[in-house]
Design a protein around this ligand. Structure first.
Ligand SMILES: [Zn+2]
Length: 121
């Protein structure tokens, strides 16, 4: 019986507006995809496509948690996160909620449990 596996890979990297506008970003992504196709091909896996979405970090109050470096959105500053639109299916698992505590921007895992956006401490 034939079977098929759909495999999903999630990754995050930071770039700049200058790299996007000068096509350095596009070139980098194309080279990465071609290299990944070669690596996957060694294992008889066909890498069919990739999907990427750019987010304006400052506009969304997106930053790295000052405790653990996890990517987060400061929901104290931006309570709507992505404004209700589904920009990217898996963005919630890549970018945690977070907030400000004692002047530090912390993700939901590092915020104290009594903070509005603290869920795990
Ligand atoms: Zn954290």
């Amino acid at each position: 019986m034939r079977q098929i596996v759909f495999m999903k890979h999630l990754s995050v990297f930071e770039t700049t507006t200058e790299d996007v506008e000068s096509e350095i970003y596009d070139d980098k992504m194309e080279r990465l995809f071609n290299e990944l196709k070669t690596v996957f091909g060694k294992y008889d896996i066909k890498l069919s496509h990739y999907e990427a979405a750019l987010f304006p970090m400052d506009k969304l109050s997106m930053c790295r948690c000052e405790e653990c470096s996890q990517l987060m959105i400061n929901r104290d500053v931006n309570p709507t996160k992505f404004g209700g639109s589904d920009h990217f299916e898996d963005s919630d698992s890549l970018c945690l909620d977070g907030g400000t505590h004692d002047g530090r921007e912390l993700c939901e895992e590092c915020l104290p449990i009594n903070h509005r956006w603290g869920h795990f401490s």
